[in-house]
Design a protein around this ligand. Sequence first.
Ligand code: AOF
Ligand code: ZN
Length: 368
Amino acid sequence: MEPVINDEFYMSLALDMAGRAQGQTGINPVVGCVIVKGGAVVGLGTHLKRGSSHAEVHAVRMAGDQAEGSTVYVTMEPCSHYGKTPPCCELLIEAKVKRVVVACEDPNPVVAGTGIERLRQSGIEVKVGVLRERATLQNEKFAKYITTGMPFVTIKTASTLDGKIATDTGDSKWISNEQARLQVHSMRHRHQAIMVGVGTILADDPVLTTRHEGVEGQQPIRIVVDSRLRISPEARIFKEGASQVILLTTSEVDPSRIELLKEAGATVLPCGDGPQVDLKVALQELGRMEIGSVLVEGGGTLNGALLKERLVDRITLYLAPKIVGGAGAPDSFNFEGIHRMADAVRLDSLEMERVGDNVFISGIPVWP
Ligand code: AOF
Ligand code: ZN
């Protein structure tokens, strides 16, 4: 079917461009911009990297003189502040554009509607909310970070139908199918850090790098939650992969152990004084280090602890049509149980899809 040419048509292009930059803008949002004049696309732009030009700047530059009297489609409200770059709404006013179509407001409290207001004050016609849902979802990680200073936390698990992430002997290769595992590498590409519990390192010795077929991926920072610093300085994570390795631990650990692991290349962050890592303190610390999103890849104890502390923003599950049983086989969420079904954690805004013989389920956790 031929797509109808309307505001959604051009906004969809802007959203597609922004979507392709996910994973490369750090704590900044992804933003796309399309400029249309006289029925033709005359400018395109995408924000590619934190600290470099915003989407509107690239698009206006491409449009040149044709920006005057044009319609500008932008996936997020043009900024009104001086950040690392000057305000985009002033740029659009100077370029004498006629109309601006915005998908969603900028959740950044220093912008939050003021960009739209400024454009309207200057006499530009502004339409807000075209493909809003897609645009909001696209920057869910940015919205969390910019409003709370804490990273957006996604838990990803691959389990059997009975919720097991390994058999009772610890065998876990493989639970999900190849297509599902490839999708996980793309999820890594779109997060600034990957986090695992030390149990996962001791059991599997993973390197936690992003691997794609034929194309390079973004390599997120690797974080291990390790209260007693049980990780070996010989672990593969220190020897393979180029990105930083952060160990989250407590202030009770032996300083000589810290030194040994620092020599292996780790950054060691003590979080809290208790016997276990204070996960909330840890996430606040990671936020201060400008880590805006974390993909948690298990195991069950870390997943359970984060869930119990209500520190999770999205849960993505791959279910394989297998059953392994076993009282000792690890569960995907291991925490002190909820006693009444009415008090269960539920997933909202559910997305479900078939991935070959696996099922993909993703949603936003809600606690009663
Ligand atoms: C836009 N267009 O393409 C982007 C926007 O440090 P700066 O100067 O890059 O500013 C970052 C803030 O600007 C960011 O937190 C968000 O509010 C907005 N991002 N705005 O008009 C863009 N990337
Ligand atoms: Zn801007």
